[in-house]
Structures are given as C-alpha cells and as structure tokens.
Design a protein around this ligand. Sequence first.
Ligand SMILES: *[C@@H]1O[C@H](CO)[C@@H](O)[C@H](O)[C@H]1NC(C)=O
Ligand SMILES: *[C@@H]1O[C@H](CO)[C@@H](O)[C@H](O)[C@H]1NC(C)=O
Ligand SMILES: *[C@@H]1O[C@H](CO)[C@@H](O)[C@H](O)[C@H]1NC(C)=O
Ligand SMILES: *[C@@H]1O[C@H](CO)[C@@H](O)[C@H](O)[C@H]1NC(C)=O
Length: 159
Amino acid sequence: MMMDSVSRLLVVILVGVSYVVQTMALNCVYSNRRCSCDPSVTFVTCNDLDQIPPLNTGGNVTEVTSLTFQGGNITSITRSSLPLGLTQITIIGNPLTNISDDALDATAATLQYVYIEGAEFSNLPKALKKVTNLTQLSIVDTAIQDWDIATLKKLGATV
Ligand SMILES: *[C@@H]1O[C@H](CO)[C@@H](O)[C@H](O)[C@H]1NC(C)=O
Ligand SMILES: *[C@@H]1O[C@H](CO)[C@@H](O)[C@H](O)[C@H]1NC(C)=O
Ligand SMILES: *[C@@H]1O[C@H](CO)[C@@H](O)[C@H](O)[C@H]1NC(C)=O
Ligand SMILES: *[C@@H]1O[C@H](CO)[C@@H](O)[C@H](O)[C@H]1NC(C)=O
C-alpha cells in the first residue's frame, strides 16, 4: 500500500519533469544539422551550407541575436532568409553574389554589426540602405567596384 503510493508519486514526478523538459525545448531557427543553436539560444552558427535553410518561425523558436554562416556555397540572401531582430550577422567564406534589396528588412531596426568576408558581389548591397542602427560594417576580401553613393550616405549616419 505504502509502496504503491510512493511509486505513483514517482511516476507523477517523472511525468512532470519530462513535461517541463519538453516545453523548454526550443526549435532552432534553422533545422539543419550544420547549424547549431547555442544553449543560451541567442547565438546560431552554421557551417558549410549550400544555401540558407528555410527559417523556422513561431512561438517556440529561439530568439536569435547573433548569426554566423561560416564556409560553404551560399550565394544569395533573400527577404525570408534571416530571423527577426538580429543584432549581429557574420558571413565568412561564402560566394555571396545576390543579396536582395529587402534581405535585411526583418533586421533593419536592430542590426548593429555586419561582417562579410570573402564574398563575390561587386556592388555595395543596397539592402544596407535600410538598416538604421548599424555601428560596425566590415566587408573584407571582397572586390567591390560599385560603391553606391546613396547607400554610403545612409550608412554614414550611424556607422
Ligand atoms: C515547436 O513548434 C514546431 C512547429 O510548430 C512543432 O513541430 C514542435 O513540436 C514544437 N516543439 C515544442 C517543444 O513545442
Ligand atoms: C561548394 O561547391 C564546390 C563546387 O561544387 C564543392 O567542391 C565544395 O565542396 C562545396 N563546398 C561546400 C562547403 O559545400
Ligand atoms: C537573385 O535572387 C533573386 C531572388 O531569389 C532571383 O530572382 C534572381 O534571379 C537572382 N539573381 C541572380 C543573378 O542570381
Ligand atoms: C540600437 O543600438 C543600440 C546600441 O548601439 C542599442 O542599445 C539599441 O537597443 C538599438 N536599437 C534597436 C531598435 O535595436
């Protein structure tokens, strides 16, 4: 009798624990084995991707502030590629050629730091014209020939 209620109590506790663990498990913004979400759920790093994976959205998705794409064959960034509210984005060693003009719209108000290294676009991306809170912009090892004046002027206000 005593044992029976103890084991019931244990079952209740175990069910409770697994419920808590399940509800705390957040989805990474990108469901791709080459992307890892930091346990603190604000940093995401993806390595060696061919393209940016579909973005997960919804209430149980991590809130990401910093995103890194390192190595790989990513060529384009579109409007629906990036999570809302990023403050930092780092893209290293991807042959980016095509950043759509609205690629940064979801992060336009929050983005503070952009680092791009080894890309293959030759125009300063016009998407940068829309960011309003940028303080650091680095474009390294990328042969830009066309520095769009309107974009530079806009950037000059905060960078
Ligand atoms: C998070 O949301 C996704 C998509 O709605 C769902 O498949 C998944 O089970 C949810 N995960 C948790 C832990 O609630
Ligand atoms: C990128 O593409 C090239 C050519 O298809 C391939 O050799 C290389 O392994 C790819 N890199 C990655 C990280 O997928
Ligand atoms: C750039 O991306 C847009 C939108 O995905 C696409 O329509 C266009 O063809 C791409 N351009 C190049 C040069 O890849
Ligand atoms: C803009 O950047 C500053 C730090 O430079 C930060 O404190 C502020 O929250 C940012 N604004 C938005 C809308 O993210």
